[in-house]
Design a protein around this ligand. Structure first.
Ligand code: UDP
Length: 248
């Protein structure tokens, strides 16, 4: 997010480097139940982002001192694979992945009925296989499908997308160039049934009017992503029923 580049991110006709208009999402593909050994899983592609999420639990919480006698805790690990970016990336956790794990867990806590499972842990693993900006949003989108696939009771599933500003234009679903050289990046996630925002961050600057426009765009896009999430779960379970494989 430098805001300084000679690169033209949005041309005179309002078209972005990847051919999209300001309010257009990248291509999205969502699949549920992609891993056999996890309780629930999902695979998400948003543009060039490729993300896999796996869920285990509810199971006894370890280490035990983290147990909460009133509810389950959600332990989330977001990890960017060493080969997921073009620059050198040291494998293992860093400050950024600790922060992203925390905000994703907090967003999921807003929908999972954790009070049903005292002392338990619900473990969510998010692996970024390929990154091109918006990976925390793609990760959260995948994690909530994986939780639903695990059969964990939830109020709703959570879609997420980043909005922002580049070349002075408010844009939906920033790609890497727009994220790196634009003026603002605002990841957001919501509970579609209530339109309650459960994740909102901001890097960079926007005017109040631009911010309002960006949020409006992001909320509408989240509803589109929500439909794709539900569709992925429907496809997964209609296929499982056809195979007589309903206990998977
Ligand atoms: N990125 C990278 N190396 C890193 C961290 C990030 O190349 O160590 C890239 C990656 O493409 C990522 C983008 O920068 O998606 C934006 O990162 P940010 O921290 O804004 O998070 P994100 O937009 O992925 O949620």
């Amino acid at each position: 997010m430098s805001g300084q580049s000679d690169l033209e991110l949005v041309n005179k006709k309002g078209i972005r480097l990847d051919g999209r208009k300001a309010g257009e999402l990248r291509n999205i593909k969502i699949e549920a139940g992609v891993l056999e050994n996890a309780d629930g899983s999902a695979y998400v592609e948003i543009g060039k982002n490729k993300v896999r999420a796996a869920v285990y639990g509810p199971r006894e919480c370890h280490p035990r001192h983290l147990q909460d006698p009133t509810k389950a805790i959600i332990q989330c690990k977001y990890n960017m694979m060493a080969f997921s970016v073009s620059d050198r990336k040291r494998p293992g956790p860093d400050r950024r992945s600790v922060e992203i794990s925390k905000i994703i867990a907090e967003a999921l806590e807003a929908v999972v009925l954790t009070e049903l499972y005292p002392r338990a842990s619900i473990d969510v693993y998010i692996e970024i296989l390929q990154a091109n900006a918006g990976t925390r949003c793609a990760g959260l989108t995948a994690a909530s499908v994986a939780l639903a696939d695990a059969g964990i009771p939830m109020k709703d599933i959570i879609p997420a997308v980043a909005v922002g500003k580049a070349d002075g234009k408010v844009l939906l679903d920033l790609n890497k160039e727009e994220d790196n050289f634009g003026q603002a990046d605002v990841p957001l996630a919501l509970i579609p049934k209530t339109n309650e925002i459960v994740l909102l961050q901001m890097d960079g600057n926007m005017t109040r009017d631009e911010f309002d426009k960006a949020i409006e765009m992001g909320v509408a896009a989240c509803h589109e992503i929500y439909e794709l999430q539900k569709d992925a779960l429907r496809r997964r379970y209609s296929a499982a029923l056809k195979d007589g494989d309903s206990n998977e």
